[in-house]
Design a protein around this ligand. Structure first.
Ligand SMILES: Cc1cc2nc3c(=O)[nH]c(=O)nc-3n(C[C@H](O)[C@H](O)[C@H](O)COP(=O)(O)OP(=O)(O)OC[C@H]3O[C@@H](n4cnc5c(N)ncnc54)[C@H](O)[C@@H]3O)c2cc1C
Length: 392
């Protein structure tokens, strides 16, 4: 008996995979979404208004609305960056991801709980993903005309499906979810801490989520104790004794892979394709967009019978966001090197033009081109700060 063949199998039901599965089901495709289930993704949960708008995230999933980011320097200069219009949304990944998966299933995607193993081929060449079902009934197989791999960072399945490239460079991030005290804590402010003691090459953070908060840090340096650094952030902010609800960590890939498709029937999306923004570590919006673009690419490939259409996912993503990723990569390289430059970086954040352009770029995911004078001013201020021509 021949096994049924899905139009598309999506491996991974995080923001990327669930978005792809939802879009494909709405488009009338026969789609399955395989997710291993049972583990909450470690994540600060900050999302920009563009994500809320484009992916129709309902208000009840936004557990906090942030109207200010406080940037903290090694010498404890504290710079407030108020959000002038709108807010940064905070989601709890436990509810957020489950809701996205339910939405995909509600649109008609078949939601299968299990862990993928390998990509194999049937004798007729059709892709088969083997997996271990959650209920322990032994290895099964899923046949599909197209496969979207969106099972997160450092995906071995992605490496197997598209050989010849290595996992992208990662920052390892760790956080603790703590219960917040009933008073004395600003639940609408994010703290972003630039200090070599709590991260030698990235940053540490406190992101409020209603009655809890994500407190954590990241670093690519092997041997740096993320736990000790997080403990230091908690102690400094009076949260050493707050109840710890979860402790967890995960890698953040900071460079888009060169190849997202195998030229035949597989395309990557989200963290599996390496798309988290350097410097900020923001990945949810980019993962959802990657899922959407992968869904559109497989639909085009199916409709035209041309596997070359799979390339459009990466092409379209990089056209829209490649420049921002490049700029953020350069920023991370220059500004996150040592405390001397970090001090200057935080001082630069006092500048109103820097604040306005940073927020506009973050909130709407567009480089603001309509204000060239502000860009020129920032360029000269940037250079002066970097050369130490201003007093820190
Ligand atoms: C500590 C930390 C803090 C972060 N903070 C933020 C933040 O504040 N804002 C932001 O925008 N980004 C943040 N990020 C990045 C963000 O979490 C990711 O970029 C985003 O989750 C990527 O979504 P994804 O769907 O590609 O992958 P994931 O969210 O990792 O989802 C992958 C899915 O695949 C499933 N899966 C995994 N392996 C298998 C398998 N073998 N078989 C079947 N299913 C499988 C998992 O269950 C999961 O549901 C943070 C990351 C970390 C680690």
């Amino acid at each position: 008996m021949t096994q049924e063949t899905y139009d598309v199998l999506v491996v991974g039901g995080g923001p990327s995979g669930a978005t792809a599965a939802h879009d494909l089901a709405l488009a009338g495709k026969r789609v399955a979404m395989l997710d291993r289930a049972g583990r909450v993704k470690p994540c600060g949960g900050a999302i920009p208004p563009r994500a809320i708008r484009d992916f129709e995230i309902p208000d009840h999933l936004i557990v906090a609305k942030i109207n200010n980011a406080q940037i903290v320097s090694p010498k404890r200069r504290r710079v407030d960056m108020p959000v002038e219009t709108g807010y940064v949304g905070m989601v709890d990944r436990c509810e957020f991801d489950e809701w996205l998966r339910e939405r995909a299933a509600g649109a008609g995607a078949e939601w299968i709980r299990g862990t993928s193993k390998d990509l194999e081929r049937d004798p007729d060449g059709t892709a088969v993903i083997t997996y271990d079902p959650k209920d322990g009934t032994g290895t099964q197989r899923l046949r599909a005309k197209m496969v979207i791999i969106a099972n997160g960072a450092r995906s071995e399945l992605a490496m197997q499906a598209i050989p010849g490239q290595a996992h992208p460079k990662c920052v390892y991030a760790y956080h603790e979810i703590v219960k917040l005290p009933e008073s004395g804590f600003d639940g609408q402010r994010c703290d972003v801490i630039y200090d070599g003691r709590t991260s030698p090459d990235f940053y540490a953070w406190i992101f409020p989520h209603g009655d809890t908060a994500s407190i954590g840090t990241g670093s690519a340096q092997k041997g740096f104790s993320l736990r000790a650094a997080t403990a230091a952030v908690r102690a400094e902010n009076g949260l050493a004794d707050a109840e710890t609800l979860r402790r967890e960590g995960a890698p953040i890939p900071l460079k888009p892979l060169k190849k997202w498709d195998n030229g035949r029937d597989v395309v990557l999306a989200g963290d599996s394709s390496g798309v988290v923004a350097p410097a900020s570590g923001e990945g949810i919006y980019y993962a959802m967009l990657g899922g959407r673009l992968a869904a559109e690419a497989v639909q085009l490939a199916l409709a035209t019978n041309k596997a070359s259409a799979l390339k459009t996912a990466r092409k379209r993503f990089m056209k829209e966001h490649g420049t921002v990723f490049l700029i953020l990569g350069i920023m991370q390289f220059f500004w996150y090197r040592n405390d001397w430059v970090r001090e200057r970086f935080v001082k630069m954040c006092m500048d109103k033009d820097v604040q306005r352009l940073t927020w506009e770029a973050y909130m709407n995911k567009k480089i603001v081109r309509k204000d060239p004078i502000a860009h020129v001013k920032i360029f000269f201020k940037d250079t002066a700060h970097l050369l130490g021509l201003t007093r820190a």
